[in-house]
Design a protein around this ligand. Structure first.
Ligand code: FAD
Length: 360
């Protein structure tokens, strides 16, 4: 099978690796000259990452002990978690090298432009020239504004958050990442994720006025900015339009992102593994995505709930989360799998039920 993958991010390189292992002719086309650059990502992942890729200390730059959640009044709760900060450049390169070792070919500076599904030809621009590439299977792993999704008519009327982030130099607790909720970041939250005791990735996402909220966050982290990043985060809307003929979408291109956190590295790799399994075993991709979609729908409901929270509700939530049994559950189950822990949380802290009405 002649497989053409557009985009060498985590989702594209995961599906490339899986299909190259099966001895398919796999070619990955990436618009940028280098893999993993430019970066627009905080790079925080749960240990669920290792359900999809082997752990390697080369791409992990910090290990975290937990999250400190800050309510609008400044009240905090510490939740112990085992999480990781990765270097996206090294991580994306690690995944690409793994795919190349399995037999995939990588072509950089190829920007996907259009396609002709009738003759199964994808068109790229490469160093100012138009190049046509034949495919049996075309996979769009080309991120939130997927040109493959647009060219194939699969891009629905998607909404986005805009994430705005800076790497700030100063003195920080390297073991805990911070989150701030309420009117400082309406409709999302602000974060500060330490790379080390000297550098933190501080950012915020929002559907509008993200720069205003970034300026508010900046008051908390006033050290020197050494890097600035911003990028779109697709809002999961059911991810139903993921396949048309021999064209498939994975990762951000398919919109498989957790609406609670904007995290999409692990869920994107999950979708890529599901697609590889479907192509291998002739299964229906859209149907096979259901287990992932189920988890993302729970994130969607949680996001709906949080969007209706007042600052007072966040104060109550922080109180409720300070119970030890709640902390133990959040420590045990990575947030990729809310179906495993939401009902346990309700049993451990029945007062949480008061927020359920907001999810409807
Ligand atoms: C500010 C910010 C912070 C984030 N923080 C986190 C986080 O902490 N944890 C987390 O899990 N997620 C985070 N995310 C989301 C995460 O970055 C994405 O979900 C993840 O990168 C999706 O991987 P992907 O492989 O699907 O797409 P991408 O990583 O976007 O890769 C797509 C690739 O396709 C290439 N491409 C695009 N268009 C074309 C084209 N026309 N032709 C050829 N190539 C093309 C791109 O250059 C890129 O290499 C964050 C996002 C933002 C914006």
């Amino acid at each position: 099978m002649n497989v053409v993958i557009v985009g060498a991010g985590p989702s594209g390189s995961t599906v490339a690796y899986e299909l190259a292992k099966d001895s398919h002719n796999v070619r990955v086309f990436e618009e940028h000259p280098a893999i993993g650059r430019p970066i627009a990502c905080t790079g925080i992942v749960t240990r669920a990452l290792f359900d999809f890729v082997e752990r390697d200390d080369d791409y992990i730059i910090n290990e975290l002990e937990g999250v400190r959640i800050t309510a609008p009044s400044g009240k905090t709760v510490d939740i112990p978690l085992k999480e990781f900060v990765i270097c996206r450049e090294r991580f994306d390169t690690f995944l690409a090298k793994r795919a190349i070792k399995a037999g995939a070919e990588y072509h950089t500076r190829f920007k996907f432009r259009s396609l002709d599904e009738g003759s199964k030809v994808a068109r790229f621009s490469h160093k100012g020239k138009d190049v046509e590439v034949k495919y049996d299977i075309l996979i769009g792993a080309d991120g939130p504004f997927s040109a493959v999704a647009r060219a194939s008519g699969l891009l629905s009327r998607r909404k986005y958050y805009v994430g705005s982030q800076a790497t700030v130099v100063g003195k920080f607790d390297p073991d805990w990442f911070l989150t701030f909720f309420g009117s400082c970041a309406p409709g999302f939250f602000a974060w500060a994720v330490p790379e080390s005791a000297e550098r933190v990735r501080a950012g915020v996402a929002s559907q509008r006025h993200v720069h205003k909220y970034f300026d508010l966050l900046r008051e908390k982290f006033s050290g020197e900015i050494v890097e600035r990043q911003a990028g779109p985060i697709p809002i999961f809307d059911g991810a139903k339009n993921v396949q048309k003929g021999s064209i498939y979408l994975v990762g951000d291109a398919a919109g498989v992102v957790k609406n609670t956190t904007g995290g999409g590295i692990i869920t994107g790799m999950w979708s890529a593994k599901i697609l590889a399994d479907c192509l291998r075993n002739n299964k229906n991709y859209s149907r096979a995505l259901r287990p992932l979609r189920r988890e993302l729908l729970l994130h969607w409901k949680l996001r709906n709930m949080l969007d209706k929270f007042s600052d007072y509700d966040y104060e109550l939530l922080v109180d409720m989360m300070s119970k030890d049994s709640v902390k133990r559950i959040l420590h045990k189950y990575p947030r990729e799998y809310p179906s495993k822990f939401l009902w346990r949380l309700l049993l451990a802290q029945p007062r949480l039920i008061r927020f359920a009405r907001f999810a409807i």
